[in-house]
Design a protein around this ligand. Structure first.
Ligand code: G3I
Length: 370
C-alpha cells in the first residue's frame, strides 16, 4: 500500500475510531486530570489547536506514542489516565525485553508485556514491540551460558530463533511494529560487538527478521537505533545494511530513529534529510524514543529550548509521508531513564512530575503536517 494511501487509511481508521461510540475517557470519568487544553494562540486566531496529543495524532495522520513504565501503569491512576487520554500508541519501556520475559531459561514472565497489550486493546492504542535482539538487557542465564562456553553457536542460534518465535507469536496480530534488531551498528559505523555478532556472524540480523515475519506476517519489522539524527558514518553504515538486507529479500519494513537528544547540544537540523535517505529506499520510518534532556536545574529558557527540540522532531515526522509514528520515551519526568544514566541531567519529557504539560507539550500541539 502506497504510504500516502496508507497514511490516508491510517487517518480514516483513526477517524473511524474517533467517530465510534467512544469509551468514557478515564480522565472524564473521574477527578479532572491536569489541564491540558492549550490556550488559543495569537498565531492561530480562531484556528483550534488540538486539545491533546491523541487529537493531534488524528489531525497529523500519524501515531503519537509513549514508552510505558508498567509499574506506574499498574499503580498510578493519574499516570494511567493521562497515558490513555493522550496517546494512540504505546511501547513497553522494559517489559518486552528478553531479561524481563525470560528471566530464567524456559521460565517466562509475560505479566508486564501482557498488561501493555491489554491496555492498548482497551484504549484503542497500537503497540510497538521492543525489542527482540539487542546487546543489552539480556538474561544472565544467556550471557553467562555463552561466556562459559556452555552454549555454543548452534545452540545460541536456536535459542534466538525460539525466543523470537515465542514472543512474536504470543502477540501475533497485536503488535503494529517490532523493533526486531536494536542498536546493531556502533557510532563509528561498525557492526556493534555483541554475543550475536561474535558467535553467529552478521547473518543474525537477517535471521531475526525472517523469524519475526514467520511468527507474525502482519507486524511491521524495524531496525532501531540512536544517534541517527545527524549525517554520520553510522548513517552510511545503516544505509548499506538496509540495501544488503533488501538485496537478500529480508522482510525489513522500517527504520526507527530513537531521537534521544540533549538541549545542551545543537539541534540536528539535518534530521529531515537523513530520514529521507531511508524513506527513499522504500522504508517506512518512525521516531521511536524521543526525549530532550537538559543539565539541571530546570529554567524557563531551557524549557523553551526543549520545546523547540520536541516541536522540530515532531515536525520532521509529520512532514515525511512515510513517517508513521512519533513516540516519546516516557511522557513525564516522574518516570524517565535519563537521571539514572546522565548524572546531573533530567527533565527530558513533555510533562513534569505532576503530569502538568511543559512548553514542549504545548509546542507539539501547534505542529501542522506540512
Ligand atoms: O528490573 C531491575 C530491578 O529488579 C532492580 O531492583 C533495579 C535495581 O536498579 O534494576 C531494574 O532493572 C533496571 C531496568 O531498566 C528495568 O527498570 C535497570 O537497572 C536499568 O538499567 C534499566 O534501564 C533501562 C535501559 O534502557 C537499560 O539499557 C531504561 O529503563 C530504559 O528506558 C532504557 O531504554 C533504552 C531502550 O530500550 C533502547 N534505546 C535506548 C533507551 C535508553 O537507554
Amino acid at each position: 500500500m502506497r504510504p500516502a494511501t496508507k497514511r490516508l487509511a491510517l487517518g480514516l481508521a483513526t477517524l473511524a475510531l474517533a467517530l465510534a461510540p467512544a469509551l468514557p475517557s478515564p480522565a472524564s470519568a473521574e477527578t479532572a486530570a491536569p489541564q491540558t487544553t492549550a490556550p488559543q494562540t495569537a498565531a492561530h486566531p480562531g484556528k483550534h489547536k488540538p486539545d491533546n496529543l491523541r487529537e493531534l495524532a488524528r489531525k497529523l495522520g500519524i501515531h503519537i506514542g509513549t514508552a510505558v513504565d508498567v509499574t506506574a501503569l499498574a499503580e498510578e491512576d493519574d499516570y494511567r489516565r493521562v497515558l490513555n487520554r493522550e496517546f494512540t500508541h504505546i511501547t513497553a519501556e522494559n517489559a518486552m525485553k528478553w531479561e524481563s520475559v525470560e528471566p530464567e531459561r524456559g521460565v517466562y514472565n509475560w505479566e508486564g508485556a501482557d498488561a501493555v497489550v491489554e491496555n492498548a486493546r482497551r484504549n484503542h492504542q497500537r503497540v510497538r514491540g521492543h525489542t527482540l535482539v539487542w546487546h543489552n538487557q539480556l538474561p544472565a542465564w544467556l550471557t553467562q551460558g555463552v561466556e562459559s562456553g556452555e552454549i555454543d553457536a548452534a545452540e545460541l542460534r536456536a535459542i534466538l530463533r525460539d525466543h523470537i518465535k515465542k514472543e512474536v507469536g504470543r502477540y501475533r496480530g497485536k503488535i503494529r511494529a517490532w523493533d526486531v534488531a536494536n542498536e546493531v551498528i556502533d557510532d563509528d559505523g561498525n557492526m556493534r560487538q555483541s554475543i550475536w555478532l561474535t558467535h553467529l556472524g552478521p547473518g543474525y540480523i537477517a535471521d531475526a527478521f525472517r523469524w519475526a515475519r514467520q511468527a507474525d506476517p502482519h507486524a511491521k519489522l524495524y531496525l532501531n537505533d540512536y544517534n541517527l539524527e545527524w549525517d554520520t558514518d553510522k548513517i552510511d553504515a545503516y544505509l548499506n545494511l538496509v540495501k544488503q538486507l533488501q538485496a537478500q529479500r529480508v522482510p525489513l519494513d522500517g527504520m526507527g530513529f530513537q531521537g534521544h537528544l540533549g538541549i545542551q547540544y545543537d539541534y540536528p537540523g539535518d534530521f529531515p534529510n537523513v530520514m529521507r535517505k531511508f524513506t527513499d529506499l522504500g522504508l517506512e520510518v518512525a521516531i521511536t524514543e524521543a526525549d530532550a534532556r537538559m543539565v539541571l536545574p530546570v529554567t524557563p529558557e531551557k524549557l523553551a529550548r526543549q520545546a523547540e527540540f520536541f516541536r522540530d522532531m515532531l515536525k520532521t515526522c509529520a512532514a515525511n509521508r512515510r513517517c508513521t509514528e512519533f513516540t516519546v520515551w516516557g511522557f513525564t519526568d516522574r518516570h524517565s531513564w535519563v537521571p539514572e544514566w546522565f548524572e546531573g541531567e533530567g527533565a527530558a519529557t513533555p510533562m513534569d512530575e505532576n503530569l502538568a504539560p511543559k512548553p514542549a507539550y504545548t509546542a507539539m500541539l501547534g505542529v501542522r503536517r506540512f
